[in-house]
Structures are given as structure tokens and as C-alpha cells.
Ligand binder design. Structure first.
Ligand code: ADP
Length: 498
């Protein structure tokens, strides 16, 4: 596949300060209200685009279009045709990958080193779902009824899916919803986050170009309390697939009660990352640091509660702090930058408020701990990698999700109590264990109540391996064959043959 030309980064064709419409039924239209909102580059404050602001009437239109599409010619697409469509879409995303990843960088701040680095994962996801389209199958089941009754199951698409995504990885999050929907024959109304709507809208254009029929993918940007809430409550939406905070997840579950629609939730975390004294320290230091500092800590499975065995605690924490200090913070368009800005003023206020909370609680910031404003950084929402030492389990900085590049380092000396302490959180998304002892690794992999356990690595992800939460980190899985099941209904068929 030919590579696209590199985009001149100060003149991105899709972030040129112009106006963006919403995609409903294959058409690009204004909001019913005529309203718009602005989206800015969090590194510089510059205006990237003015975007049509969807609300309930627009969600109503989009859901109606998605329903018509679900019942129309799309329902006649064979698995093979859906597979081909996904492969064509994947090829287009590949051809435009530099453009799409730059758009993520501009709209939410993550450095190019990260957004471009996601290439294989994003393309792998689309092609994995393409493969899944032709792997959907029911079962024949032996039953114990008298007489001759044959029983089997059919797998059918759940229908119209409301996909509500966050801003921390717009390209990946969009594909994580669109991929399984196209594979199974569902239709989608995608509500991007108000902070970063551009990549999902551009993906909508590429989907049309790939030949996705009108109404199968609709993209309605807008605010959470209006457009998002209308989608979550809509009586003709069959399923909501949500990624975001646990508070919004709770609101979505409440809103779903009206028609008891299916809900899958990928929510927040306060994940434990455990370093034993017998670990390979040279690997564990960058591993534990980037488990939190990557994407400026704006990752739901970040390993923010760093449990370090007492006898290496001081040495390990100072090495992690040193590593953090060495990371280059700045505008993500600079290819050397490793840590971009936070996404918004709201997140900046939230993260810096935790700097104060940590100090007041008696923890000490061994590195970082205040906003960065030197030079051009004063135009963006920059905070440095921060490591709090002397953190105790019950402190707020050890319990609450900060969603910034902030490590809370806690010491332990009793491995028997450790699993209990690591599990003493309402969340259960990710977790890490660093050790050379294979028995310890297995023991903790079993004992930790979280959807992913990474041993001697962190944040490894693959389209074939399920990802999701325990406890208040949500339910349902993304990636893996489990993900496809989330978009399918099971129907039992009985046929009396006697
Ligand atoms: P974050 O704190 O990471 O921004 P949110 O949960 O607030 O996470 O946002 C994730 C997504 O949920 C965004 O698209 C946002 O617009 C949407 N959202 C926020 N509030 C609601 C709500 N009450 N109902 C439905 N969607 C919402």
C-alpha cells in the first residue's frame, strides 16, 4: 500500500480553522439548532475547527437513519461482504494514517511519537475485526427432550449501537466501536468527545469513501450532557458501548433503564503496579514510569499505584523520578517530545488540584508537582511527570483516579498482605507485577482482581486479546472474540423433526 505524503503539520487539511458538519445518513449536515462549538489544540490554544453541535434532535435523526440502515440493504450484506468492506476501510485508514494520527495529536495533545506509534495496533484491529466477520457462528446443541427436536443457536447483530467515546485516544476508541459493529452487521451512532471530535469525523469521511452504506456509521459531535445523554436514553438504541469515566458510566446505566438496552462499559482505574526486589530493575524503571507517564497519564489502565518492596523503595523511586525528569515535555508535533499537554483547562485544574492534595496529605513530590509554564509551554496545559513518595494506601492520591502523569509510590514489605492492599480499590482495570520469580508472577496474576495483569511489561495490547474491567472499571470486553460477542444476540431455534 502506497504511503501518504507527510502532512505539513502547521496546515493540516482537516484542522484548518474551518467548519465541520456532522454525518447522518451519509450526508454532512449542520446541527438542527444551528449551534457550533470550537475545538482547540491543547498545546498552543490555537483554533483547529468549529464543529456542528449535536443535541437530542440530531441524535433522533441519526438513530432513525441507523435503524433504517440496519433494516435496509445493510442487513443483506453477507459476512464476506462485510469483511471486504472492513478491509477496504482498513486500507484507507492505512493510506491516511499519518494524517489521522497527526489529527489526534493536534486535537488532544498526545505526541506524534505515540499517535504514529499506534499504527500497527489500529490497522491490526480493523483487520482483526474483518476476520471476525466471517467467523461468527452459532452451535448445534444436544438436548434431552423426548421426541426428535433439533436445537441450534443463531448469532444476530444487536442492532443500533450508540457509541460514546472519550478524548484520550480518539482514533483507537472510534475503531474499537466501529470495527465490531461492521463485523457483526450492526449500525452505529458515534458520539465523539467534545474535546477531540476531529478524528472520528474524518473517519466518517473515510468510511463513506470505503463504501460503508449511508446510515451504517453516523457521527454526531456534541456535549455529553446533551447529545451523549440523548443517545444513552434513546428508546430505539439497542446497545450503548461506552468508554469514559465511572461517573458517566453510572449515568449511562441509569439512562439505559428506559428500554433496558445492552450496555458495555470501559471505565477508569487506579491500577496497582507491583515491583518486587527481585525484579529486573533496569527494565522495571522505564516500564513502571511509562505505565503512568505515557499519554500524560491519560490512560484508564495507567499503573498509578506503584507498590515497591521496602528494601528497594528509595532507590527505585528515585530512579523512576530521574527517568521522569529526563522525558521531553512539549508540543506533540515536535517528533522528539515524549510527553504532550493535558487535554484541557478542566483536566489541568483537576490534575494540579491533586498536586495540592498530595502535599497536604503528607506525600512528597520527588519530581514534578507543579504546572510547567516556561517559554511556549505557557500557552498549553502542560504538567511534568510527577512522582509522589511516602504515599499511604488510604490517601486520596492513592485512591482516586487523577488522569495525569502522577505516580503514587507506596512501599510494602509483607507479600502476604500485598494482594489485599493492591485490591483495596473500587477499580479493577489494569495491574502490573515485576519479578524474576515465576511462582510469584502466577500467584499475583491470580490474586489481583483486574481485567488485565501485565507481568514484566505494562500496557501490552493486541486486537486478539480481551481488555476490560472488574468492579467499577466496568463490564464487557473490547478486543478479542469476546468483543464481537458484545455486539451479537443469541437466538435459540427448536425444530421438531419427528
Ligand atoms: P472524561 O472525564 O474522560 O472526559 P467522560 O465520562 O466525562 O470522561 O466523557 C466520556 C464521553 O462521555 C464523552 O464523549 C462525553 O461527552 C460523554 N458524556 C459525558 N457525560 C455524559 C452523559 N451524562 N451521558 C452520556 N454521555 C456523556
Amino acid at each position: 500500500m502506497a504511503q501518504a505524503q507527510p502532512i505539513p503539520i502547521n496546515r493540516h487539511p482537516y484542522a484548518d480553522g474551518g467548519k465541520k458538519k456532522m454525518l447522518i445518513d451519509g450526508q454532512w449536515i449542520d446541527a438542527t439548532s444551528g449551534k457550533t462549538f470550537e475545538t482547540h489544540n491543547p498545546a498552543t490554544g490555537e483554533l483547529l475547527a468549529t464543529v456542528a453541535e449535536g443535541d437530542k434532535p440530531d441524535i433522533d435523526k441519526a438513530v432513525a437513519a441507523a435503524r433504517r440502515a440496519f433494516e435496509g440493504p445493510w442487513s443483506k450484506f453477507t459476512p464476506f461482504e462485510r469483511q471486504n468492506l472492513l478491509l477496504r476501510f482498513a486500507d484507507l485508514v492505512e493510506r491516511h494514517f499519518d494524517e489521522l494520527s497527526t489529527l489526534d495529536t493536534l486535537d488532544m495533545g498526545a505526541p506524534l511519537s505515540r499517535t504514529r506509534g499506534g499504527r500497527l495496533r489500529v490497522l491490526g484491529m480493523l483487520r482483526f475485526y474483518a476476520g471476525q466477520a466471517t467467523s461468527i457462528h452459532g452451535e448445534t446443541i444436544e438436548n434431552s427432550l423426548p421426541g426428535e427436536i433439533f436445537s441450534y443457536t443463531l448469532k444476530e447483530p444487536v442492532g443500533v449501537v450508540g457509541a460514546i467515546i472519550p478524548w484520550n485516544s480518539p482514533l483507537t476508541a472510534s475503531i474499537w466501536k466501529i470495527g465490531p459493529a461492521l463485523a457483526t452487521g450492526c449500525t452505529v451512532v458515534l458520539k465523539p468527545a467534545e474535546e477531540a471530535p476531529l478524528t472520528p469525523l474524518r473517519l466518517g469521511e473515510l468510511a463513506l469513501e470505503a463504501g460503508v452504506p449511508p446510515g451504517v456509521i453516523n457521527v454526531v459531535p456534541g456535549y455529553g450532557e446533551t447529545a451523549g445523554a440523548a443517545l444513552a436514553a434513546h428508546p430505539d438504541v439497542d446497545k450503548v458501548a461506552f468508554t469514559g469515566s465511572h461517573l458517566t458510566g453510572q449515568a449511562i446505566v441509569r439512562a439505559s433503564a428506559g428500554n433496558l438496552k445492552r450496555v458495555s462499559l470501559e471505565l477508569g482505574g487506579k491500577s496497582p503496579d507491583i515491583v518486587f526486589a527481585d525484579a529486573d530493575i533496569d527494565a522495571a524503571v522505564p516500564g513502571a514510569a511509562m505505565a503512568v507517564f505515557a499519554n500524560s497519564g491519560q490512560i484508564c489502565s495507567a499503573g498509578t499505584r506503584l507498590f515497591v518492596e521496602q528494601r528497594i523503595y528509595d532507590e527505585f523511586v528515585s530512579k523512576v523520578a530521574e527517568f521522569g525528569k529526563g522525558l521531553k515535555v512539549g508540543n506533540g508535533l515536535d517528533p522528539e517530545v515524549q510527553i504532550g499537554p493535558l487535554v484541557s483547562q478542566e483536566q489541568l485544574t483537576r490534575v494540579t488540584s491533586y498536586f495540592e492534595v498530595g502535599q497536604k496529605e503528607g506525600a512528597s513530590a520527588v519530581v514534578g508537582g507543579s504546572r510547567l509554564t516556561e517559554g511556549k509551554l505557557d500557552k498549553g496545559y502542560f504538567v511534568p511527570p510527577t512522582v509522589f513518595a511516602n504515599v499511604r494506601d488510604e490517601m486520596r492520591i492513592a485512591q482516586e483516579e487523577i488522569f495525569g502523569p502522577v505516580i503514587s509510590a507506596i512501599s510494602f514489605d509483607d507479600p502476604e498482605e500485598l494482594a489485599k492492599r493492591a485490591n483495596a480499590t473500587n477499580f479493577g482495570l489494569g495491574s502490573g507485577v515485576w519479578t524474576r520469580d515465576v511462582s510469584k508472577a502466577h500467584k499475583f496474576a491470580k490474586a489481583i482482581r483486574a481485567g488485565s495483569v501485565w507481568v514484566n511489561c505494562y500496557q501490552a495490547m493486541d486486537p486478539a486479546v480481551p481488555f476490560g474491567g472488574y468492579k467499577m472499571s466496568g463490564y464487557g470486553r473490547e478486543s478479542g472474540i469476546q468483543h464481537v460477542e458484545e455486539y451479537l444476540n443469541v437466538k435459540a431455534v427448536w425444530i421438531k423433526t419427528a
